[in-house]
Design a protein around this ligand. Structure first.
Ligand code: ATP
Length: 881
């Protein structure tokens, strides 16, 4: 059947309205309303094209490159002369060579030359030496200051053949001229190579090699490199936000690259990525000031921190200057691209948390800083191992690093620890739980329905708990009674829930000095205890809630206890943790209680079904099902099915070790790792608390799953004018998942079902033609090449979607290469379920998640002897309502 989109297109003579939009998307997600990704936020949108001229003086518009550069240099020289010293790259640390450098520059300036912009395509060949009268000012071609060594480091080699020591001394002597710190060019080289591949293996290898080189050549630059590569400057629980308006970058680009507003707008319209715009702008730029101070990794990071810390009167100007200096000091187009992507918090290199942790673990298995004595492995020995054995060695190291980061999710703790003690038991000891530092929460695996749940837990005792629909809260209280509350995403919520803070002394039983507990905060009727919807809870202010003005009452339903009286409880079975939670804390009606639960086994299916129904009757989302005990008989370990089936599940964490000797020879270390691994590869379901893991020992059974299958969280990215009754709305709507490796959004499906008229109306108002939330053209980061939609939405929300099944697609490229080399994945009969108010675009489902759903579906079909959906049908049949 012909799709509505096809039909509509035939009749459509109206041109799509093109509103020239800039990159609001990148900035919007940094806005204050984005609660979940809290560390690296800006506040505004990138300068809108319609007011793009507003901030530019007419005289500035007519300046030549050279005049502009001179003007800028004079401004900065003035500022520097006034002792405005906030903008140096390595000022955080003494710079012994700084004086020499100034001397050198002065010397250089005597024979300085100005390169005229006679031919932009070949500025060097057109250089006209002239005598420079000024002692400070100088201009030079942007193409003349290349860092040749950095550009040739083969970061994308296998780490087992890559030898950092070959490059260390040459790089060090190169860096010495600029103060001795590792150059930002090195990191840029790594970003460039990572960005040039889709292969996850290559991405990890490249990162590993880059980290190794930094560890061996300039270990103090490792921490800033890790922050920059993960596009953040602080952990989520420390509020450090860039607070940059989009116009800061537009202004800086114009000023530093000598662009006028029209030129900038043309580039934005063409590229749709702030970093790509900077790349092009810098490429076109013929001049830069003489000797911009080359960016170092540490300098770039410190400047970001400075931008974030710049507050109060004059901060806008100060931030602006810092951004301009960063752009000015960025040598060449690639550095500019990544500096700008960093500033807009959209680095697009796929070095998200998990990739970084894997890369760190492997890097520290192979390299250590000069003077460190922890054990590392010999790459040539590892190269002799079979693939599976090598995987075991890597995964052991990764497990340690991930465990540390799950308990202490802060690179400021992890990286210095690694530099001192490497991937070791000692590291696990250093990165234990700590009060007022949130651990990453344990997560529940999705279960299709109750029968699948019972099958998964065959033979084990489990607890079924109501799955309340509120907000997860991790409550910390120390001996002095100080309370901190953290969200699911580790942000501080203490100010949001002063009523819970006030409650703590009442619920803390006599024997409790300090604790970390977890529960769900739910809006309730204070008198009856009746549960209110999640929606009601979202109406509560997010910050600085005043205890006396609270309108929305909440009750905390506690479900786990991870720390008590100075002792971590993570390794204790759930039954024991739950027992302590129930016995050591005091219930307060309609304020604090424990989640409602029953204990059962798979023989109790009727009781479980009854309990599930009672949960949904009182507005709960379904139930959580948790294994109560570890297997009593260790001999049984190995007979249980492997639980590490999830993409983010590396298996159970190593238990906190005791201190022991740490040195052994490189070779025996490899053997030891393999021996340890033998016989323990298949893990039983554990009832321990496993931070940041999604294991089958915690299952979630939601009411939606009872009727349909899995759900997926997608981002609406475009729409078509509706037909007939829906003509005044957008329908169908195009939806995409995320590819964290490439930073793109990959279109998966079009949807026309599940929407109410009210929803359609609100959606149309939100994405009104010519309005702020629509884009003039398809942004480059969206992967889609089928029928052109009538309007592109600025990606900004996440919708939970149900569907009948997942199919290989001839049209869509989502997850291409993951289950099929040539085809992407799509879904049949997609149905809108709800807006995920609690999720930002960065938390939408990934293409890997989509691929996993497909694999699961195919495995199920195989198991039941059914026919596969692997028929690659045309998704346009989805429009049969
Ligand atoms: P996830 O948090 O697992 O990544 P999600 O954000 O989609 O996924 P849900 O599918 O709603 O969340 O399920 C998990 C959430 O359910 C928990 O994070 C917690 O906030 C909530 N919850 C409610 N009741 C319980 C309970 N009894 N035990 C554990 N979690 C519960």
């Amino acid at each position: 059947m012909e799709s509505p989109s096809k039909r509509r297109k035939k009749n459509d003579t109206k041109p799509t309205p093109i509103t020239h939009r800039s990159l609001d998307f990148f900035f919007r997600k940094q806005g204050p309303s984005n609660e979940v990704n809290g560390t690296f936020k800006g506040t505004g949108a990138l300068e809108k094209s319609d007011n793009i001229d507003d901030d530019q003086s007419p005289s500035e518009q007519t300046l030549t490159d050279e005049e502009l550069a001179r003007k800028l240099q004079e401004e900065w020289a003035r500022e520097d002369g006034q002792g405005n010293d906030e903008i140096t790259n390595s000022e955080e640390r003494p710079d012994p060579t700084h004086a020499q450098e100034i001397e050198h520059n002065m010397e250089e300036n005597k024979k300085d030359f100005v390169t005229a912009a006679l031919d932009r395509s070949d500025p060097i060949s057109q250089a006209i030496p002239i005598e420079n009268k000024k002692s400070v000012l100088g201009l030079q071609s942007t193409a003349s200051d290349e860092d040749k060594i950095t550009l040739t480091v083969p970061f994308d080699q296998s780490p087992l053949t890559f030898d950092p020591s070959q490059y260390v001394s040459e790089l060090k002597s190169h860096w010495a001229a600029d103060g001795g710190d590792a150059s930002y060019a090195l990191l840029t080289r790594c970003f460039y190579l990572v960005n040039s591949t889709q292969s996850r293996i290559k991405i990890v290898d490249t990162l590993v090699n880059c980290l190794r080189l930094i560890i061996e050549a300039d270990p103090k630059s490792l921490l800033p490199a890790v922050w920059l590569a993960t596009n953040s400057i602080a952990p989520p629980y420390i509020s450090l936000e860039l607070g940059l308006g989009g116009s800061a970058i537009s202004k800086a680009l114009k000023k530093v690259c000598g662009l006028d507003s029209a030129g900038l707008k043309t580039l934005y319209d063409k590229h749709g990525d702030a970093g790509d715009v900077a790349f092009e702008a810098k490429k076109k730029q013929s001049f830069t000031l003489r000797k911009p101070k080359p960016l170092t990794i540490n300098g770039a990071y410190q400047t970001l921190v400075k931008i974030a810390n710049s507050k109060g009167h004059g901060s806008v100007e100060q931030k602006q200057r810092l951004v301009e200096r960063l752009l000015q000091d960025a040598r060449g187009p690639e550095e500019s691209r990544y500096i700008v992507r960093t500033l807009v918090q959209h680095l697009r290199i796929g070095a998200v948390k998990t990739t970084m942790l894997i890369a760190l673990a492997r890097a520290f298995r192979l390299s250590r800083p000069e003077g460190a004595d922890f054990t590392i492995m010999d790459a040539s020995e590892l190269a002799k191992l079979k693939k599976e054995d090598l995987a075991v060695v890597w995964s052991k190291a990764e497990e340690v690093v991930k465990t540390c980061f799950a308990r202490r999710p802060n690179y400021n703790d992890l990286v210095p620890g690694l530099l001192e003690v490497g991937v070791s038991d000692e590291l696990l000891l250093r990165c234990g739980l700590a009060l007022h530092i949130p651990l990453r929460p344990m997560l529940g695996s999705i279960t299709r329905d109750l029968s699948e749940m019972l099958t998964k837990l065959q033979g084990r005792d489990f607890s079924c708990e109501y799955k309340y629909d509120g907000q997860r809260a991790q409550v910390h209280c120390d001996e002095a009674g100080k309370v901190s509350i953290f969200s699911r995403h580790l942000e501080v919520m203490t100010d949001k829930y002063p009523d819970l803070v006030a409650l703590v002394p009442e619920i803390r039983g006599d024997g409790v000095s300090s604790f970390i507990l977890e529960g769900e905060v739910v809006a309730v009727d204070r008198n009856t205890g009746e549960l209110k919807t999640f929606q009601t809870l979202t109406n509560r202010a997010k910050k600085d809630v005043d205890l006396s003005s609270i309108q929305i009452d909440v009750c905390l339903f506690a479900f786990d206890l991870m720390f008590l009286n100075g002792e971590p409880l993570l390794d204790r079975p759930f039954r024991e943790r739950r027992g302590l939670l129930r016995s050591m804390f005091v219930e307060k009606e309609h304020h604090f209680t424990w989640v409602r639960s029953i204990d059962a086994t798979s023989a109790d299916s009727d009781v479980v079904l009854e309990f599930f129904k009672s949960a949904t009757d009182i507005k709960c989302e379904g139930i959580m099902v948790k294994v109560l005990d570890n297997l009593p008989n260790p001999d049984l370990i190995g007979e249980e099915p492997d639980q590490a089936e999830k993409d983010d599940t590396p298996g159970p964490a190593p238990v906190t070790p005791s201190k022991k000797g740490k040195k052994s020879s490189k070779k025996s270390q490899v053997d030891k790792e393999q021996e340890k691994e033998k016989g323990s590869r298949r893990k039983a379901l554990l009832s321990t608390y496993e931070p940041d893991k999604r294991l089958d020992s915690w299952l979630k059974v939601k009411k939606d799953y009872a009727t349909s299958a899995d759900t997926i969280d997608l981002i609406p990215v475009a729409g078509w004018h509706g037909q007939g009754r829906k003509a005044k709305w957008w329908s169908p709507i195009l939806l995409a998942c995320r590819n964290p490796q490439t930073g793109s959004l990959e279109v998966v499906t079009k949807c026309i079902s599940g929407f109410t008229d009210k929803f359609y109306q609100a959606n149309k108002e939100k994405y009104a033609e010519g309005g702020d939330n629509v884009l003039g053209a398809k942004p480059s980061y969206i992967e889609y090449s089928a029928y052109e939609p009538d309007v592109w939405f600025e990606p900004q929300e996440v919708w939970e979607m149900a569907f009948a099944d997942i199919t290989l697609s001839p049209t869509y490229t989502a997850a291409i290469g993951l289950v099929n080399e040539d085809r992407g994945l799509s879904m049949r009969f997609p149905r809108f379920l709800k807006l995920r108010e609690d999720k930002s675009v960065e938390e939408a489902s990934t293409s890997e998640f989509l691929a996993n759903l497909y694999r699961k579906q195919e495995a199920r079909i195989q198991a039941t002897g059914g026919a596969s959906n692997n028929r690659g049908g045309d998704e346009d049949e989805d429009f049969d309502e």
